[in-house]
Design a protein around this ligand. Structure first.
Ligand code: MG
Length: 164
């Protein structure tokens, strides 16, 4: 088994959609700023998968400087990350994401986030955990300046056939 960790931060701005774990969250016109869809949770998850497989990070795979990724759906990128991990001989054991956001309230959207990630990663929903917390008004997430996300992933090496 292989473990990986990912962390990401995006700034909150007016006039952007808020997309977390592939789900558009209705808010008040604010969302996350970024080159792609700025899905901070998906970015942390992808870095955790790549970390577990020692395949680099999303900055290397999908550079900001490449116009191909402007406005890109992080779910398309996640599918590609899973394909590469699969090609390297790994399958998902489980993943656990924690989103740090003061607002909006994310709890009602957690089931759809889990279903969406499981569908994209071609795995079962019970292997996918998404949690959300505030930071009690402290720091940049508490002040509503940005959102952050942590993710940990366990990858399992596909069984290898051995000749006895
Ligand atoms: Mg990011």
């Amino acid at each position: 088994m292989r473990i990986g960790h990912g962390y990401d931060v995006h700034r909150i701005v007016q006039g952007r959609k808020l997309i977390l774990c592939g789900v558009e969250i209705p808010w008040d016109g604010r969302g996350l700023l970024g080159h792609s869809d700025a899905d901070v949770a998906a970015h942390a998850l992808m870095d955790a998968i790549l970390g577990a497989a020692a395949l680099g990070d999303i900055g290397q795979l999908f550079p900001d400087s490449d116009p191909a990724y402007e406005g890109a759906s992080s779910m398309v990128l996640l599918e590609e990350v899973c394909r590469r991990a699969g090609e390297a001989g790994y399958q998902l054991g489980n993943c656990d994401i924690t989103i740090l956001a003061q607002k909006p309230r994310l709890l009602p959207h957690i089931p759809e986030m889990r279903r969406t990630l499981a569908r994209v990663m071609k795995t079962e929903v019970d292997r996918v955990s998404v949690k959300a917390t505030t930071e009690e008004g402290l720091g940049f997430t508490g002040l509503g300046e940005g959102m952050a996300a942590h993710a940990v992933v366990l990858l399992e090496e596909r069984a290898r056939l051995t000749l006895l």
